[in-house]
Design a protein around this ligand. Sequence first.
Ligand code: DAH
Length: 372
Amino acid sequence: MSAPNNQYDPVEVTPLHPDEVARMRHEALAAIAAASTLEELKQVRLAHAGDRSPLALANREIGALPPSARADAGKRVGGARREVGEALKQRQAELEEERDARVLVEEAVDVTLPTGRLPQGGRHPVTTVAERMADIFVGMGFEVVEGPEVEAEWYNFDALNFLPDHPARTMQDTFFVESPSGGESGLVLRTHTSPVQVRALLERDLPVYVVAPGKTFRTDELDATHTPVFHQLEGLVVDEGITMGHLKGAIDEFVHGMFGSGLATRFRPSYFPFTEPSAEVDMECFVCRGASVGDPANPCRTCSSEGWIEVGGCGVVNPRVLTAAGVDTDRYSGWAFGLGVERTLMFARGVEDMRDMVEGDVRFTSAFGMEI
Ligand code: DAH
């Protein structure tokens, strides 16, 4: 290192000349003021306050000055550097504030804007109502079982005590399945869910408490009150000491769970080959509660002013059915019921036309929301 040069007058060393220092300071401050982005300011910092900036280089020259001249030059250069440093800090803060404000505007999310979301759709009300119906029985301790939609004639008819010449077999309301060779296959599209009774008895140990929801088929034309594909909820209880009183209690529980508490139910004598005795189940009209009966001035559309609504069929399981399923009829007895799902939907949800249920129009389905 060379010794300090006592001959030098600081003013003679160009970078330390007051005018020169003032120029560097001025240039730096002007550049800082002109920097309009943080990136530009970074370049300005490098150029005017970095190790190789004019002021930094001037600062280095101070060491070469005679001691007497150092203080003066140091003050000048140091002052300028401090001022530049302050200006940088201030401009940095300003630009950061500007950037933050801009980001808030540019990246703002308008949570009130409508979205391009795809509609979710909805589960079909026939499905959700069938589940609710089954749930009421699950609440009473029943299990849910299923059977095939293409069913052996034996299960659909024979085991249920439909004699071979029973009109239900031959009348045009059964879809018979052809065998591949064109002859009889012994299979039908099940006309009701009652064959699941026989399957449950053959597959399960006693006692049996089951409900079987499912699709059923009949050769009906589609109109406001008929559809060739519809749904039923079958119920079956086989246990020791079972009476029709238990059946009445279970049906009451269903009607109250589905349509509201306090509604009366009644059994009307009927006939089904697989039950003896058999009954049709009616419930009190939940709209007029019978008030429309004999009052033409206040007709009820729900029950056609009958005061009662039919909800299904039921009865004590015919011992012939139990025998076909290998149940000891000296020890066990039971009852069964079959409820219409579409009918329940029509009444419980005010659907008036069967066609609305099968056409698959989402405007109908989604009106029921996403009930699960
Ligand atoms: N299977 C009958 C039908 O489709 C309904 C029915 C009636 C079911 C009485 C039953 C019952 O279990 O006991 O019309």
